[in-house]
Ligand binder design. Structure first.
Ligand code: NAP
Length: 514
């Protein structure tokens, strides 16, 4: 079998990588200074004796250490961001646009180094990591354009001779909390909009993947981002207090969070005493609906794109693949054939198409979903086991047929490389199933019937619908969810509004003498 043939090279690679250390990470970078093991507060490197370790999920090798900061450091970061805001808010949109453009250029110039850091700390294949950097940089470019387009309105109030205008102003210091699955893109999708608006930020990247965020901040510093505009704090054991501090400190005017729904609910509760503006990008459970008139080859390719990217660890990954009964067998046979050819391994190997899961808890969840499905009548068409020969965090890409609504996978986000195929008969039935979950982030419809595409897209309770595509993330398109997937939109012409307030200015007696 294809998987088995590749194992020996990969096993040897895993053993080699287990002996890697910080020096090895640095040595792989063209610019060694992009590997930083210090936080950044007010434009300065910030470290304390207490640190936490960061490991490569593919090999479990130690990559390095980061400061395990507590509330005092967050307080300093907020103070730095507050001071910086007093002058940064007065910079012109053109100046901020120029900063973002220069940052975009240097990020793209450093694409190999940044992608190397992502592959080390997240595990995704190097080519995919480069794709993430390009996607991440696209937000810097996009918001450099948006910075100069924060339009207001001219209004005619109901009182004769009164006139009013609205202006948009930066909200202030923003707390930014991001997950590990897109170590670069989740940072820029938020920060670029905040900076375009004139805000300053205190960022807490995921403790599994802090190095990409720190490198991005270093690049911002190199292109002349003023000190205190971007502060990056790292923490592990003090996470709960740090999160609470960001949510409850009055100087922080907004919190933008991407992560799980449960943590989102906690942060919202903690933010209530200061009535913070919030935007939350939370979990999903995307339906991928294949109608009988779809082009099956294209539908399978789209399913692979959206189900297996990042080894199934993206919030817009298809979680439930609904296939019409007339084409179910053909679709599942073709999908299984393609998935059997995937190459699972260390992200630095050129042949690798899919990397590891982030940690053992992720693996346990995936395994739990697969075992539950099998116990309830699901059939494993391919995969369904750990790839222990490759490394402890690897799971074989899996296709399960005969999936049913009583399985955990039907209601919970798997966040792993498992494609569960559900059979449906009617449009009404599948829309009901698709909408039956409590989250609503991404959804997908595969059909060549334009009327059906519109009809179904409008009935899906999701923030985003992909029609005949498995890739919907784009800086020009608003990204966000409904229900327990959160609120707020990132990217697009709406993204900057999340970091601004609207002020109305009314002028009395305009033209009253005429
Ligand atoms: P998570 O546990 O919620 O972690 C996300 C971030 O929140 C990490 O930085 C984490 O810190 C931090 N965090 C955890 N507890 C906290 C607390 N008490 N106070 C403050 N911060 C806290 O999420 P995850 O399970 O790692 O990530 C996967 C989830 O994110 C999935 O549900 C996925 O769907 C969702 N996601 C959503 C989107 C979207 O755009 N909607 C995008 C990507 C991912 P640590 O570093 O210490 O863990």
């Amino acid at each position: 079998m294809f998987f088995a043939r590749k194992l020996s090279t990969r096993t040897a690679w895993s053993i080699l990588c287990r002996n890697m250390s910080t020096t090895n990470v640095k040595n792989r970078l063209k610019h060694h200074n992009l590997f930083r093991e210090t936080a950044i507060i007010n434009g300065k490197d910030y470290s304390i004796p207490e640190t936490f370790a960061v490991y490569d999920p593919a090999t479990k090798a130690l990559l390095g250490e980061c400061p395990d900061l507590g509330v005092e450091a967050v307080d300093e970061a907020i103070a730095g961001a507050s001071t910086a805001f007093t002058s940064f808010r007065r910079t012109s949109p053109v100046e901020r646009a120029a900063l973002l453009r220069r940052w975009h250029e240097i990020v793209m110039d450093s694409i190999d180094d940044l992608a190397t850091l992502i592959t080390f700390e997240n595990g995704k294949p190097f080519a995919e990591a480069k794709g993430e950097i390009a996607y991440s940089a696209s937000f810097l470019d996009w918001f450099s354009g948006e910075a100069t387009r924060a339009y207001g309105d001219v209004l005619s109030p109901s009182v004769a001779h009164n006139r009013a205008i609205t202006i948009k102003q930066p909200i202030g210091v923003c707390g930014i909390i991001t997950p590990w699955n897109f170590p670069a893109a989740m940072i820029t999708r938020k920060i670029a909009a905040a900076i375009a608006a004139g805000c300053t930020v205190v960022v807490k990247p995921d403790s599994e993947t802090p190095y990409t965020a720190l490198a991005m901040a270093k690049l911002a510093e190199m292109i002349g981002m003023p000190p205190g505009v971007i502060n990056v704090i790292t923490t592990k054991t003090h996470l709960a207090e740090v999160g609470k501090k960001l949510c409850s400190d009055e100087r922080v005017k907004k919190v933008s969070f991407t992560g799980s729904t449960n943590i989102g609910k906690l942060l919202m509760e903690q933010s209530s005493s200061t009535l913070k503006k919030l935007s939350f990008e939370l979990g999903g459970n995307a339906p991928f609906i294949v109608f009988p008139d779809a082009n099956i080859e294209e539908a399978v390719a789209a399913a692979i794109n959206c189900k297996f990217r990042g080894s199934g660890q993206t919030c817009v990954c298809a979680n439930r693949i609904f296939v019409h009964e007339d084409i179910y067998d053909e679709f599942s046979t073709l999908l299984t054939e393609k998935v059997s050819k995937f190459s699972v391994g260390n992200g630095f190997l050129s042949e690798t198409t899919y990397g590891p899961l982030i940690h053992d808890r992720a693996l346990a969840k995936v395994e739990g979903h697969v075992n539950d499905a099998v116990a309830k009548g699901g059939k494993i068409a391919v995969g369904g086991v750990r790839a222990t020969e490759v490394g402890e965090n690897f799971y074989m890409p899996t296709v399960i047929t005969n999936a049913t609504q009583d399985m955990r996978i039907a209601t919970e986000e798997t966040f792993g490389p498992v494609a569960a195929l559900f059979k449906f008969s009617t449009e009404a039935e599948v829309i009901g199933w698709a909408n039956s979950v409590d989250v609503g982030l991404a959804s997908y419809v595969l059909t060549t019937d334009i009327n059906r595409a519109f009809r179904v897209a409008e009935q899906l309770d999701f923030g985003m619908v992909g029609v005949n595509t498995g890739l919907i993330s784009d800086c020009a398109v608003p990204f966000g969810g409904v229900k327990f997937s959160g609120f707020g939109r990132e990217g697009s012409k709406y993204g900057m509004d999340e970091y601004m307030t609207v002020k109305a200015i009314t002028f009395g007696g305009i033209g009253a003498r005429y």
